[in-house]
Design a protein around this ligand. Structure first.
Ligand code: LLP
Length: 410
């Protein structure tokens, strides 16, 4: 990425600002699509990774579907122009209002995660006199070697339907003439570097498909292997799309079903960066501290997961720390850091820094903590850029609030 366009973005839009490189997203999509070329497949972008409307619209233009988990994400993908039939609705706690909105919009698939949810979808389909295509998200009891907070495929976790309950649920779906079971699937976690757990999960799904067919379920069209493909934030080895394809490909081939996959991070993680400016430099207790204008409310991953994001100097200012420094935000928590013990040259006040690998689960997990307006978001493509979300104002922060409480009587 050329520094000059980043400098221009920071000068024009201010900092902190998220910048997403559309060319990098295109390249990731092409790599995955190519790896899956021999397998009938659809790629559904997992919107939770980054729901910026401009980015969504660019992803849609590449031919992807979307994977959503809330009514808010449904509204986003419709606003970005996705066809409702290209939308998969996943999630462990869908509310009545969300399921109603999904059925009214005509989403392509609702992935069920419990018997209670099946009852709700059936009741709403009946009330509305519509049909619904559903899938079952299975808990395959597979362990992926990733951060405990992003493991999802082991038994006892809140996600999915245990393998031994799936046939019973499928039979209940079959008894309802408004519902059709089109898909079974899994999502075993996020930032997974090894293809082994995918292979294992796919083998379990293959046996399950055979069991379902044996029980008379003949409506399946898709098998959904979820997202989770790991990327490289620093020295880790990313999961090669080819390795992913060879782990999950046999499942589609043997069953004759179309493969669905729901990557988020793989597509956008390394396409994004957070630009931030150095405010202060101080020494304390033998340590060097660089205070920047972005913090844990903008990028929570270091504080929440101990996640590592590369930090580099885009526009240096002479001076600053000589040795390794902690790069910290302005918020009132000791966990508010973007990187620890980083050797950065030219990180004196006024310098422009870039926090890399900030395209996924970065802006989307940002908050207003410490009453900080959310950052701006910008798309770049070559040396052009476009602001797709303006920086929030102080009024945005307090929208819907009032100091004059009107007390009810109940
Ligand atoms: N499908 C389902 C059902 C999911 O729950 C997720 C992510 C994905 C697909 C996409 O996973 P990906 O390809 O992006 O790994 N906040 C964490 C990541 C949480 C992932 C949640 N589910 C982080 O910052 O690392």
């Amino acid at each position: 990425m050329g520094s000059s366009v980043l400098s221009r973005i920071a000068a024009r839009v201010g900092t902190p600002v998220y910048v997403y490189d559309v060319a990098a997203v295109r390249a990731q999509y092409a790599a995955l699509d190519r790896a899956l070329a021999g397998i009938p497949h659809h790629i559904h972008y997992s919107v939770k990774a980054n729901g910026n409307l401009g980015l969504l619209s660019a992803l849609r233009a590449l031919g992807m579907g979307a994977d959503i988990v809330s009514g808010g994400e449904l509204a986003r993908v419709l606003r970005a122009g996705f066809a409702p039939r290209d939308v998969i609705f996943s999630g462990v706690g869908k509310t009545r209002a969300e399921v109603e909105a999904a059925l009214d919009a005509g989403v392509g698939l609702i992935n069920l995660e419990s018997a209670g949810e099946l009852e709700l979808v059936a009741a709403i389909a009946r009330e509305r006199g519509v049909k619904a295509a559903v899938g079952i998200r299975v808990n395959p009891d597979v362990t992926a070697d990733t951060h405990p907070y992003t493991q999802t495929g082991e038994k006892g976790m809140k996600f999915g339907v245990p393998l031994d309950q799936v046939v019973g649920l499928a039979k209940a779906i079959r008894r309802d003439r408004r519902l059709t079971l089109r898909c079974v699937g899994m999502h075993i976690g996020s930032q997974i570097a090894d293809s082994g757990p995918y292979r294992l999960g796919a083998q379990k799904l293959q046996v399950l498909v055979e069991d379902l067919r044996g029980a008379g379920v003949d409506s399946l069209e898709f098998v959904d292997v979820g997202g989770g493909l790991g990327i490289s934030y620093s020295s880790e080895v990313a999961l090669a799309p080819e390795a992913f394809a060879s782990a999950v490909g046999p499942l589609a081939k043997v069953t004759g079903l179309t493969l669905l996959t729901e990557p988020g991070r793989f597509l956008v993680g390394n396409a994004g960066q957070l630009l931030t400016r150095v405010l202060y430099h101080k020494h304390t207790g033998g340590k060097e501290i660089v205070v920047v204008d972005a913090g844990m409310n903008d990028l929570l991953r270091p504080a929440l997961y101990g996640a590592y994001h590369e930090i580099r100097v885009v526009d240096p200012v002479a001076g600053g720390p000589e040795g390794p420094a902690d790069i910290v935000g302005p918020l009132c928590e000791s966990g508010d850091f973007l990187g620890l013990k980083r050797a950065l040259k030219g990180a004196a006040p006024g310098a422009l820094l870039s926090v890399e690998g900030a395209g996924a689960y970065s802006f989307s997990m940002s908050s207003h903590y410490n009453s900080r307006p959310k950052a701006a978001e910008v798309l770049m493509d070559g040396d052009r850029f476009a602001v797709t979300r303006t920086r929030e104002t102080i009024d945005d922060l307090m929208r819907g609030e009032t100091p004059d409480a009107e007390w009810g009587t109940s």
